[in-house]
Ligand binder design. Structure first.
Ligand SMILES: Nc1ncnc2c1ncn2[C@@H]1O[C@H](COP(=O)(O)OP(=O)(O)OP(=O)(O)O)[C@@H](O)[C@H]1O
Ligand SMILES: [Mg+2]
Length: 225
């Protein structure tokens, strides 16, 4: 029997109409439980596309994506959504908070989908917002928050379910250098405690170096750096 990996991509390819070359060309990739990996690459090299495929937000043209050795790339949208809620945390490049919900409501949304103990959900959400220094922003709406505060809310939302893996697409991209490191270190501390694996997409070399491995995406292929 083959070794159990958390997430495994085999010969995964993805093309978009209007682009000559495939964005991703037979990518093979593996991450184990609790592992931290960075993915770098120039703008347009396919980093966000790769994360979207891993989380089942988009489907590959070819290849297989396995979560805990089970293929997930051919499942229905309903099944993949429930798997995503259970196993994945996702921090989008452009944070994607729900504009009509407050900070705390955004944070607890993944829990609300799972269980209806609102009080426990709110307590857990408040605790996380405290840790991230947002105790005074609990009831603010996204449009009342700075870019960096929104990013911390998005981080809290990805962490709250204690997922197996967090896919983080430039999670500190809206922060100045000093705050980026501060927030990222907090994020690492929490994920280490809950034993969550991380795939971090970043242009920031200093953050990438905090990960156990660094990969580079170039012309549809992934290489260790
Ligand atoms: N839905 C789509 N339809 C058509 N083309 C797309 C789509 N999504 C991405 N692309 C194209 O695929 C390529 C890779 O995009 P992607 O967003 O993955 O890059 P990236 O490495 O994340 O870049 P950045 O560092 O700027 O965020 C780009 O050329 C982009 O225009
Ligand atoms: Mg991107």
């Amino acid at each position: 029997m083959s070794k159990i990996s958390l997430l495994k991509l085999t010969d995964v390819s993805k093309s978009f109409k209007g682009l000559e070359a495939p964005v991703l060309d037979k990518i093979n990739f593996l991450i184990s439980a609790g592992e931290n990996i960075a993915i770098t690459g120039v703008s347009g090299s396919g980093k966000s596309t790769l994360l979207h495929l891993m989380a089942g937000l988009e489907k590959p043209d070819h290849g297989t994506i396995e979560l805990w050795n089970d293929p997930i790339n051919k499942l229905s949208q309903n099944k993949i959504s429930s798997i995503r809620n259970k196993h994945f945390g996702f921090i989008y490049q452009f944070h994607h908070l729900l504009p009509d919900f407050s900070a705390i409501e955004n944070v607890i949304m993944p829990l609300v989908i799972r269980r209806d103990d609102l009080l426990a959900n709110l307590n857990q959400g408040r605790k996380l917002l405290n840790i991230l220094g947002l105790e005074n922003r609990v009831n603010h709406m996204p449009h009342e928050l700075s870019g960096g505060e929104r990013q911390r809310i998005a981080i809290a939302r990805a962490i709250i379910t204690k997922p197996d893996i967090i896919l983080a697409d430039e999670p500190t991209g809206n922060l100045d250098y000093k705050n980026a490191e501060l927030v990222f270190d907090m994020f690492l501390e929490i994920t280490k405690e809950i034993k969550t694996a991380i795939i971090l997409v970043t242009h920031d070399n200093k953050l990438a170096k905090k990960m156990g491995k660094i990969y580079q995406l170039t012309e549809g292929k992934i290489h260790t750096r």
